[in-house]
Each structure stands twice: as C-alpha cells, then as structure tokens.
Design a protein around this ligand. Structure first.
Ligand SMILES: NC(=O)c1ccc[n+]([C@@H]2O[C@H](COP(=O)([O-])OP(=O)(O)OC[C@H]3O[C@@H](n4cnc5c(N)ncnc54)[C@H](OP(=O)(O)O)[C@@H]3O)[C@@H](O)[C@H]2O)c1
Length: 219
C-alpha cells in the first residue's frame, strides 16, 4: 500500500487515475480503493480478454470507467492524450505512457529497476549504482519534459497498513481477489507461482502461500 500522505500531489478535484492490471495482485487493490478512499473521479485500467468477464464479480461495483483489453488495443492510444493525473505503474509502462499524462501529473512506479531514493535501499556495487543513477537521470529528465513527476516506490510491510486494508474490506470498499493458493511445503507449486508472478503472468489477484493450512493436521 502507498504510505500515508504519498498521494498528496496537488490533485485537481476528482482526478483521473490509470492503473494497469485491474485484476493483478497490486492493481486489483489499487483500482478498488481509488474512489472510496482516495477520492478519484475516473479510473482507467487494463485486462486481458478472459479476465474482462471476471472484473465485475471480483471488484467492488462501479470501480472503473474505462477498461481496456490490452491484448486487442494499445492503452497508449486507447486512453485520451494528456488526460491522466496519476499513473500507478504496475507493468513497466511508465515511459510509454508519458503522452497520456497531464502537466504536473504524477507517476508512481513499483515495477522494473528501482531509481531515485529507492535505489539507496538496494545493495549494489558502486559501478552498477552509478550506471543505474545515469539511467535514472535520463528517465527523470524525459518525464520532466511534459511536466510529469516520476517516483519509484518500494512497498514496505506494515501492520498498520494491513489493518487499514482489513477495515476497508469490512466496510465493503475492497473485495480481495485471490487467484491461486498453494501450500508452503509443496515447493514446486510455490516455485511455479513465484515464476508466474516474476514473468508478469500471474493469475487473478494475489498468489497466496499458506504456511500452515490446518494446524490441527500437522504431520
Ligand atoms: N515495488 C514494490 O515494492 C512491489 C510490490 C509488489 C509488486 N511489485 C511488482 O509489481 C508488479 C506487479 O505485481 P503484481 O503482484 O500486481 O503482479 P501479478 O498479480 O502477477 O500481475 C500479473 C498480471 O498483470 C497483467 N499484465 C501482464 N502484462 C501486462 C501488460 N503489458 N499490460 C497490462 N497488463 C499486464 C496480467 O493480467 P491480464 O491477464 O489482465 O493481462 C497478469 O496476470 C510486479 O513486477 C511486481 O514485482 C513491486
């Protein structure tokens, strides 16, 4: 979850937000919280063809105004140019989406190589850090030309944030989507699920690894 206060970006009233992967592990939560929690006016997301039919069932009602089947249409052309106030980049598409962003808009990316302040959190040899630093500078300069602020975010585990998520679930603002559940002791299943997530081929919603399925039946 985004840390408290990170969405204070001088938004217009009821801004337009673009979150690709509307049924991905991260995207499914962000699209649902956008309106009831963050006061967003218009939500744009993407899905592949087979997931379109599942969206209404797995998300809260009225979650998104524009859903693009990214297997048939390129979001970079399907979304109106200069119309997006905030992009939560879950799919390494920040730079390809710059033409969609309004002046003084914000992109928060959680995917791809970390940059900016987040780079400091990754242990790296000096040479690699220097090379990534140069790539950052280019990325930030490219984004700044159309007036876009771009930031990388590492999501940090937080009991407080989990508790807030629990409250939003209880209040009916968030319907958690769980795609696949595997047992921790079945390492092949765990490896397969992690590989799918790594390759951007995750199922619907969260991939859950159960550490103990039924504590009364421990072998
Ligand atoms: N920085 C952090 O702290 C942090 C935290 C969590 C996750 N992440 C990263 O964020 C990314 C997303 O994580 P996740 O858990 O949401 O992944 P996920 O649940 O595995 O999402 C995969 C889904 O994304 C969709 N997708 C794949 N390629 C796409 C594309 N080009 N355009 C649109 N949709 C596409 C696919 O759904 P469709 O079938 O609908 O296409 C796929 O099922 C991963 O790279 C993960 O490593 C970073």
């Amino acid at each position: 979850m985004l840390p408290s206060g990170s969405l204070r970006v001088g938004w217009r009233i009821e801004p337009c937000i673009y979150i690709p992967g509307g049924l991905s592990g991260t995207g499914s939560i962000a699209v649902q919280l956008a309106k009831p929690v963050f006061g967003v006016g218009k939500v744009i997301t993407t899905l592949s063809t087979e997931k379109l039919a599942k969206f209404d069932e797995l998300s809260a009602e009225g979650t998104a105004e524009q859903i693009i089947d990214h297997t048939k249409q390129d979001p970079a052309t399907a979304i109106e140019r200069n119309s997006v106030d905030f992009l939560l980049d879950t799919m390494i598409m920040a730079m390809a989406s710059l033409n969609l962003m309004k002046k003084d808009s914000v992109i928060v990316t959680i995917t791809g190589l970390p940059f900016g302040d987040s780079l400091a959190k990754v242990p790296l040899p000096a040479l690699a850090r220097g090379a990534l630093g140069c790539m950052d500078a280019i990325k930030e300069w490219r984004a700044s030309r159309p007036g876009v602020n771009i930031k990388f975010l590492f999501v940090e585990p937080s009991a407080e944030h989990l508790d807030r998520l629990r409250q939003w679930v209880n209040e009916g603002k968030l319907r958690p989507a769980v795609g696949r559940i595997v047992e921790f002791r079945r390492l092949e299943d765990v490896r397969g699920g992690c590989t799918d997530v790594f390759n951007g081929k995750g199922n619907v919603g969260k991939f859950v690894v159960e550490v103990i399925r039924d504590p009364t039946k421990l072998e």
